[in-house]
Design a protein around this ligand. Structure first.
Ligand code: EPU
Length: 421
């Protein structure tokens, strides 16, 4: 398994491009299952999770072509199987997203139940409740969700018990071809959900209320082919901003979407960074200052994203002052704390709160990635650790960060990938 070896201490300074958003690309690629014609999706990030999604669609018999610069052409009309196997679902939980479109378009789906996860229990009860409300019959059999409907799904009002991103997306995709109108209340407002809804509308869906907590879906008979460009990745962007901030550096991000990052950019200002934005760029400059510690409280959008919690925790480890980081979305999303402590970080966890006492720098050591954002936080901490830090199990990083070592090297970091045993 490959490792990333980082020699810390370099102040980052430079310019990089933000990739397409993983958490928008995955549902958009999967939602092509609903479309009756060829679709071209641009700005798809080159990530392991995207490869897994292509494998999943390919395993169903769907035609996929990869053009230059990760533009994907997909024609789902060649589908032969309505099945997502355990092997792929356990590799990538977002595979559960095939449930809604398969039911909506073909009236049947067999999808493995995702198992546990490093960051929390992550049940899918809201996805299933939504499908049932739309008229699907669901059976659990040998670890699989078997769902079917006689004829078409029927529009319904669905109130989600909690804000769930993929839950909202799954129900939304199921409702697009349903008969009549569906109303999804307490819907997730995350920009990635909006990007999926905008994609579906571009293909002929009738979704309104995009960006609010109530989505209204007027069912249509069919979606037509077309083209779409995936939104920029706000979490990747935030991760590189954090890398620059904790090394007291400067960064300019191109192809970014600052309007999707208000809560995160406000935190960087609180940290002491000078933030400047344009339509599609963000610049952060620490002007060589040590960041100030900031309290973090994760919440659904437009609150501070749980997917940026680990990176800010790493930043607080090398900040001036004491901070509290409160995780409200997932019950076990502090796996990086033990690893950060191996680098000398001063962190105490009580329940869902991590209290961090900042210091000027950490000390390099061997650490191990446990999930995607946790591994990003270890790479960031390595950038501000004296000597060498080796981050193992970086297949987690490759699930969500395109060419991380190249982008960080471009900013002046000393980082290389070493093949591990
Ligand atoms: N939940 C339930 N029942 C459900 C669905 C969710 O109890 O049926 C709970 C979860 O256990 C969790 C909370 O609701 O406590 C919110 O989970 P959500 O469903 O919103 O998470 P998700 O849709 O599985 C997506 C992202 C995650 C991101 C979360 C929260 C994708 C593919 N994944 O997951 O991204 O952390 O929303 O914003 O969109 C990542 O990119 O590293 C990542 C983990």
């Amino acid at each position: 398994m490959d490792k990333l070896i980082i020699t810390g201490g370099n102040r980052l300074d430079g310019e990089i491009k933000v990739s397409g958003a993983k958490n928008a690309a995955l549902p958009i690629l999967i939602s092509t299952l609903l479309v009756d014609g060829p679709v071209t999706i641009r700005n798809v990030p080159n990530l392991h999770d995207v490869t897994t999604t292509m494998e999943l669609l390919g395993s169903m018999g769907i035609d996929l072509l990869v053009h230059e610069c990760m533009s994907l052409e997909i024609d789902s009309r060649t589908i032969k199987q309505f099945f997502a196997p355990y092997d792929l679902v356990k590799k990538m939980r977002a595979s559960i997203l095939v449930l809604g479109p398969l039911l909506g378009r073909y009236g049947k789906a067999t999808v493995s139940l995702p198992g546990g996860c490093a960051i929390g229990v992550r049940p899918v009860d809201q996805h299933l409740k939504g499908m049932e409300a739309l008229g699907a019959k669901i059976n659990m059999q040998n670890g699989y969700i078997e769902a079917y409907v006689d004829g078409r799904l029927k529009g319904a009002e669905i109130v989600n018990d909690m804000v769930t991103v993929t839950g909202t997306e799954n129900i939304l995709m199921a409702a697009v071809l349903a008969e009549g109108t569906s109303v999804i209340k307490n819907a997730a407002r995350e920009p990635e959900v909006c990007d999926l809804a905008n994609f579906l509308n571009t293909m002929g869906a009738k979704i309104s209320g995009i960006g609010t907590d109530t989505l209204v879906v007027e069912g249509v008979e069919r979606l037509h082919g077309g083209e779409y460009r995936v939104m920029p990745d706000r979490i990747e962007a935030g991760t590189y901003l954090a890398a620059a901030a904790l090394t007291r550096g400067r960064i300019k991000l191109k192809n970014a979407a600052p309007e999707t990052m208000t809560a995160v950019l406000e935190k960087f200002t609180e940290v002491g960074a000078k933030i400047t934005t344009g339509d599609d760029w963000i610049e952060l400059d620490m002007e060589h200052r040590q960041p100030k510690a900031v309290d973090i409280y994760t919440a659904p959008y437009p609150g501070f994203p749980t997917d940026m919690q680990a990176q800010f925790l790493a930043l607080n480890c090398v900040a001036d002052g004491t901070s509290n980081v409160v995780e409200n979305i997932f019950e076990n999303r502090f796996m990086h704390v033990q690893e950060l402590k191996r680098l000398g970080a001063d962190i105490e966890v009580h329940g869902n709160t991590a209290t961090v006492i900042g210091k000027p720098s950490l000390v390099g050591a061997e650490v191990m990635a446990t999930d995607l954002r946790a591994s990003a936080s270890l790479v960031l901490a390595g950038l501000m650790s004296q000597g060498e830090t080796s981050v193992g199990r970086i297949y987690h990083v490759d699930r969500g960060y395109e060419c991380i070592e190249e982008k960080l090297s471009q900013l002046g970091a000393k980082i290389l990938r070493a093949p591990g045993k």
